[in-house]
Design a protein around this ligand. Structure first.
Ligand code: Q0Z
Length: 276
């Protein structure tokens, strides 16, 4: 770690190069909400998200190979194969939320998928849809249709990525639903190995890359609380914060409740506590 070169920062994760073929992905305990990273850490969050990703990578190997090489003893760092990442975000939506809901309300479509009329916010779609987006360097990813994504990755690769992403979503969403969690949508990232084979990278089916909803508080026409950030959102809504950085510090009680939600998600889905 000490001699690893820092090659990238996400809002709450860091990426280092170990050598030509391997990267180290480190998940911090930072939390972001309304696109702003808050000054207060959430104990165990990085290890929970790393544990969840590791769990799903192991469970989905039969669908597609992935970049994971090994989990380090700190529980928050994973060594992974360095890939040539595809220039699209691979989003699958089973429910209408976020930008999907926004686009549907404006046009009746999401990424070129024409949907039935009269759907409500958070409603389950007739079937999951693949809704790719560009990878914005700054600002927000932009939803794109099939033709625009084909321009970026080619038709054959698009078809392969779409089928693979849908298969991964079906698998994980059915698994989660049996355990009381709705996986409303998810963002996957794929890359190619040296032989041009498709490999799943980044993080998978974590609350930072997916919308997790508690199944018992979901109903069409409302916007369910996110499984993990509900206490943070509720607290922030009691302040008159303008949702611009810097965000406010969180009270101890909110930190504790939120940390417990992450551990609850890990336990519900994997049946285990984080690796100590
Ligand atoms: C992932 C990201 C993060 C900042 C690049 N296996 C891989 N091979 C090549 N590149 C990547 C991966 Cl995972 C890769 N990102 C996203 C992660 C911090 C950006 F932890 N960027």
């Amino acid at each position: 770690m000490s001699d690893a070169l820092h090659v990238g920062s996400g809002k709450v994760r860091e990426l280092y190069a170990l050598d030509n073929d391997r990267l180290l992905l480190v998940a911090s305990d930072r939390i972001s909400t309304f696109d702003v990273v808050l000054p207060t850490d959430i104990p165990d969050k990085g290890r929970v998200l790393t544990g969840l990703s590791g769990f799903w990578f192991a469970r989905t190997e039969q669908i597609v190979p992935n970049h994971l090489l090994e989990l380090r003893d700190d529980g928050r760092s994973t060594e992974c194969r360095r890939l040539e990442m595809l220039p699209i975000e691979c989003v699958v939506r089973g429910y209408l939320a976020g930008s999907g809901w926004k686009d549907y309300r404006a046009t009746g479509e999401v990424c070129g998928h024409r949907l039935p009329e009269g759907l409500l916010e958070s409603q389950q779609l007739p079937e999951p849809i693949f809704t790719p987006a560009t990878k914005a360097q700054t600002g927000h990813d932009e939803n794109i249709d099939r033709a625009a994504a084909v321009e970026l990755v080619g038709e054959e690769r698009f078809d392969e990525v779409e089928a693979t992403a849908l298969a991964l979503y079906s698998f994980a969403s059915e698994y989660a639903r049996e355990r009381g969690i709705i996986l409303a949508d998810t963002k996957l990232e794929f890359g190619l190995d040296a032989d041009g084979r498709l490999v799943l990278g980044d993080e998978v089916f974590t609350p930072d890359s997916s919308r997790f909803w508690p199944a018992d508080s979901w109903r069409p026409g409302a916007s369910p609380p996110s499984f993990d950030k509900q206490f943070v959102r509720d607290y922030l809504n009691t302040l008159d914060w303008n949702k611009q950085a810097p965000g406010p510090q969180l009270p101890d009680e909110v930190v504790k409740q939120t940390s417990e939600k992450y551990l609850e998600a890990l336990e519900k889905l994997t049946g285990r506590k984080p690796v100590v």
